[in-house]
Structures are given as C-alpha cells and as structure tokens.
Design a protein around this ligand. Structure first.
Ligand SMILES: C[S@@+](CC[C@H](N)C(=O)[O-])C[C@H]1O[C@@H](n2cnc3c(N)ncnc32)[C@H](O)[C@@H]1O
Length: 264
C-alpha cells in the first residue's frame, strides 16, 4: 500500500480476522445511547449510516426508525457490506436496511431525500471532509440533521503506556488517518459546508477491561506498515498493552466528539 493513500486503502483491504474484531468492538451497547441523543431519531425516518462497516450501528438505527423507516448504509468495503447484510438478516431487519457500496465519497441518493445522516468514526478517513459534508447537505431535506461522532487522536490517553511512547507510536501510525484531529475540527468543517450553528458535545468513558485494546493493536499494525519506527519499539508496545490488560492495569480514554447540525 502507498503511504499517500494508506488511510483509504487499509479499509479496502481488511483481513477476515479484523472484520470479526470490528463486529465485537462496534457492537451497539445500551450505555452508548447518549451518543445518539442529539440526532433525535424517530419512527418513520430515512436515515443514512455513512461508513456503516459491518452494520452494528445500522441495526440500532433500524430499531429506532421502526417498520415504517429506512436505513441507507453506505461503505467503500464490500466485505463489510456483506457482513452488514448478514447481520441485518440475522436480526430480521433486512426489509428496513438498504446497503450500497460507494467508490467516491458521494452518497448514491437524491437531493433532499433523507431526514438524518449519522456518521460514526468515518470522517477521519475521507479525502476531503468538507466536500463529504457538502454532499450530506445536498442529500438532507431542509431541517434534516447531520450527526457526526468522531475521535480526536490528539486526546487519546493510555496507561501504563504514557504520553511520550504513545505519541511515537501514533506518529508512525498516522498514515492510517487522513485527518487525525477530526474531533476538534468537525465544527469548522460543518460551517464550511454551509451548516448553521453546529452543536458540539463530548462523551468520554474509561475502558479498563481491554475491550478497546484492538484500537492500539491496529495502531501498532499501521506503525509497522509505515516503516517509520523500529520494530522492537512496536513489539514492546504491543506486549505492554497485552500484559497490562491481563494484569488489570490497562486504561484507555478516547473522547468522542458529537457534532450535530441542521440543513437550513
Ligand atoms: C472505524 S469503522 C466505523 C464503522 C461504523 N461507522 C461504526 O462505528 O460501527 C470505519 C468505516 O468507514 C469506512 N470508510 C473508510 N473510508 C470511507 C469513505 N471514504 N467513505 C465511506 N466509508 C469509508 C470503512 O470501510 C469502515 O467500515
């Protein structure tokens, strides 16, 4: 993979183990409900799940919009979409979830045709966040809401790794993110895309169980593939993460920015 396009290519070429890992990591849990509150989801709505992956969020959105609503899931990766199709069928929700593969960062949907666009942990990977948000603006009906949920990798804290070592690993891994500080930048990008008054809030939880450790193991993989850091430093990082999970000393905090705006 080329370093210049790695942020996109690593999503196009995902190995099967990683797909299962993402299903576990992104599975919807009731305690995640505050992440969706500002989206004001309701029965009967047409809702886009942009960058739906294996469809873990799409399932929850389909429950929220009910039998009269529709979820339009889009992603660039066909393997994820196949998993999303299987997961929708497994939950008996296929009739309300339509899935589309996209090759450009544009929605295959009519102007003004949707009530909500939800985009969770995806905008850090798109070529041009403002361009993508302009396309969201085109697709939303007047008064419709875009609701983006994104990390800000500059705010990641991991113990017992500490900030200096983490910064070295992240610096090498940063080829995997087009806009790693997307969280703090989202409000500005939405304003640039002609949304009025984006509202910003943050949710943060501390993972002490290791459920979020795959984030760090993926980061180590990206750092390795970048060729920018000594392999021994990456090996020591991976071993430290795994040992701290086993010993119970692991802690990871990655605040999530929730940014909501209406199409005027
Ligand atoms: C971190 S996962 C998030 C999955 C899902 N939104 C969730 O939270 O459960 C990122 C997803 O974005 C997709 N993706 C990456 N670049 C994309 C792009 N330019 N347009 C649409 N989807 C993209 C990936 O294939 C992957 O499914």
């Amino acid at each position: 993979m080329q370093a210049e396009t790695y942020y996109r290519d690593h999503w196009l070429d995902v190995d099967p183990d990683r797909v299962g890992q993402y299903e576990d990591m992104f599975r919807w849990r009731p305690e995640m409900a505050p992440m969706l509150a500002a989206a004001e989801l309701a029965q009967g709505q047409t809702v886009v799940d942009y960058g739906c992956g294996p469809g873990m969020l799409s399932l929850e959105l389909a429950r929220r919009v009910g039998p009269t609503g529709t979820v339009q899931g889009v992603d660039i990766n066909e393997t994820f979409l196949e998993r999303a199709r299987a997961n929708a069928a497994g939950e008996g929700l296929s009739d309300r979830i339509q899935l589309h593969r996209i090759e450009t960062d544009a929605l295959p949907l009519e102007d003004g045709s949707v009530d909500r666009i939800i985009c969770k942990n995806v905008l850090e990977y798109v070529d041009d966040p403002t361009g993508t948000l302009r396309d969201f603006h085109r697709t939303l009906r007047p008064g419709g809401l875009v609701h983006a949920i994104d990390s800000d990798w500059g705010m990641l804290a991991v113990e017992p790794i500490g900030p200096e070592r983490l910064a070295r690993i992240f610096d090498a891994a940063s080829i995997a993110y087009r806009t790693p500080l997307i969280g703090r930048k989202l409000r500005g990008f939405l304003r640039d895309a002609d949304f009025d008054d984006p509202v910003v809030s943050i949710v943060a939880t501390a993972d002490t169980t290791g459920r979020a450790a795959p984030i760090l193991l993926n980061m180590a993989k990206y750092a390795r593939e970048s060729g920018r850091l000594d392999e021994r430093e990456i090996d020591a990082f991976v071993s430290n993460v795994k040992t701290s999970v086993e010993e119970g000393s692991f802690l990871l905090v990655l605040p999530q920015f929730l940014v909501t705006a209406a199409r005027p």
